[in-house]
Design a protein around this ligand. Structure first.
Ligand code: THU
Length: 133
């Protein structure tokens, strides 16, 4: 991905972040996932008074893409706090592994970000082969 594509994905994450529902943590998160056909799906965090029922921005973005029939992905961008790079939680990393989302872009803004591979932040994942071993 070039810098323009990364900036565009981060801007979509920022747009999603503006729609967050986070009345309990007051921690807004937005994510945007890039499908291999070039389409982009947004997601924001969605909390619940029963805390475990809440959903992260990343899984909402990926779920939206899956619901639209997408299965192949290139990258996902995440923006939470503007003060630090928001890293995806463990469950979201597992979902990224399921769909082989290899590039993870964690932004403070559309211009200030870090790029990770999924292997870097989620080595030794539990995979389909693990079920057969
Ligand atoms: N959150 C996300 O949306 N993505 C992450 O990867 C980390 C955490 C959300 C969940 C909750 O609504 C809030 O941030 C605080 O944990």
């Amino acid at each position: 991905m070039n810098k323009v594509e990364i900036k565009n994905l981060l801007e979509r994450a920022l747009h999603a972040r503006s729609h967050c529902y986070a009345p309990y943590s007051h921690y807004p998160v937005g994510a945007a996932v890039l499908a291999s056909d070039g389409s982009i799906y947004e997601g924001c965090n969605m909390e619940n008074v029963s805390y475990p029922a809440g959903l992260c921005a990343e899984r909402n973005a990926i779920g939206s893409a899956i619901c639209d029939g997408k299965r192949d992905f290139e990258a996902i961008a995440i923006i939470g706090s503007f003060a630090d790079y928001t890293m995806p939680c463990g469950i979201c990393r597992q979902v990224m592994a399921e769909f082989h989302i290899s590039t993870i872009i964690c932004g403070k803004s559309a211009e200030d970000y870090k790029v990770f591979t999924l292997g870097e932040i989620f080595p030794a994942a539990f995979e389909e082969e693990s079920l057969r071993s």
